[in-house]
Write a protein that binds this ligand. Structure first.
Ligand SMILES: [Zn+2]
Length: 94
């Protein structure tokens, strides 16, 4: 079993492993949960979720649904960023 460490990356850019595994999950309908060792991002970003019938299996979340989730995350980050900017601007105005 591989112990390759997974590099942190943002939800908008899936790593090669993650993209490959997600594609396979979409094609085959599921992947084993141990397959995500090298791409934990798929679970973290909500692209894969545990199958109801078998917790050892992960099912792909439909790309459209996953995309909307990603989009919400991105929107939230942009909002946070704007809030921080506003706070900074305010701090320097005084
Ligand atoms: Zn990844």
């Amino acid at each position: 079993m591989s112990t390759a460490t997974h590099t942190e990356h943002s939800a908008e850019e899936l790593c090669a492993k993650g993209a490959e595994l997600y594609e396979r999950a979409l094609r085959e309908g599921h992947v084993r949960s141990e397959d995500t060792t090298e791409a934990p991002c798929l679970v973290t970003f909500g692209l894969l979720q545990p199958a109801v019938e078998d917790p050892d299996q992960l099912e792909p979340v439909a790309p459209a649904v996953a995309f909307h989730r990603l989009l919400r995350n991105v929107e939230k980050r942009i909002r946070d960023e704007r809030d921080r900017e506003a706070r900074l601007a305010e701090a320097f105005e005084h």
